[in-house]
Each structure stands twice: as C-alpha cells, then as structure tokens.
Design a protein. Structure first.
Length: 127
C-alpha cells in the first residue's frame, strides 16, 4: 500500500535524524570531557553510488563524519576514525538498516577525506 510506504519513509527519516542527533550529542560530550582530542560531527551526504546495497536510500545515502577542529589530520588518522566506526558491528548494522551505504570521514581543515562501503563491514545478507 502507498500509505504503508509513506509511513515507513517518515519513520525511517525520524530514526535517521535521531541517530545523527545521538551521535553528535555523544561526540560533543566526549570532546568537552577531554576523552577525544577533536570534535567530530555526523551528517548525511550524497554518498557513493558504487557502494549501494539493497537497503540504501535512493538519495542522501552517505554517513559523513567531519573533524571540526584541531590540526589537519593525516590520511592514516582519518582511516583510524573510520575503523573505530566500522568495527562497531551494532552501529554498522543500525546505519545500514537506516539506509546509509557510504561512510565518509573528512578533515574540515583541508577538505580531504576517505570513504568505505558499509556493505563490506556488515554480516547481513546484502546483494
């Protein structure tokens, strides 16, 4: 039914917004407490079409982490941030189910970044 799809779409959008808000609240708290050296901020981006999977949203399927302050990061440091996210199986599954297919980690200082396909890091059956 068309109404079922509309209701599901709004529910998914609400869940996506809630995850981003939770991420950003926790990241701010970690930065303020000194647990992490840089403030990280999550947002949604266009994503990479090559990384699509069966649950990908048709647009805005990228989960972008931006390093908001501090010194410019090396590529290795950006990769380390990505790995922390990718090796959290529960978080990756939640992200995939909500329709994101691309993880992006960007340095705000000089706008360099790295990307991964979430489908490569989740054990759900994705075609």
């Amino acid at each position: 039914m068309i109404w079922d799809r509309i209701v599901k779409w709004f529910r998914d959008m609400s869940e996506r917004r809630r995850l981003l808000n939770e991420w950003n609240d926790n990241a701010r708290e970690a930065y303020i407490s000194g647990a992490v050296p840089s403030l990280l901020e999550a947002s949604t981006s266009i994503g990479n079409g090559d990384y699509r999977h069966e649950m990908s949203k048709w647009m805005m399927s990228g989960f972008r982490i931006k390093v908001k302050n501090g010194r410019p990061l090396t590529k290795e440091e950006l990769i380390a941030i990505g790995r922390i996210i990718l090796y959290n199986n529960q978080l990756v599954r939640r992200i995939v189910i909500l329709g994101w297919d691309t993880l992006e980690v960007y340095d705000a200082a000089n706008k360099k970044g790295v990307q991964w396909a979430f489908k490569d890091f989740v054990s759900l059956r994705l075609n």
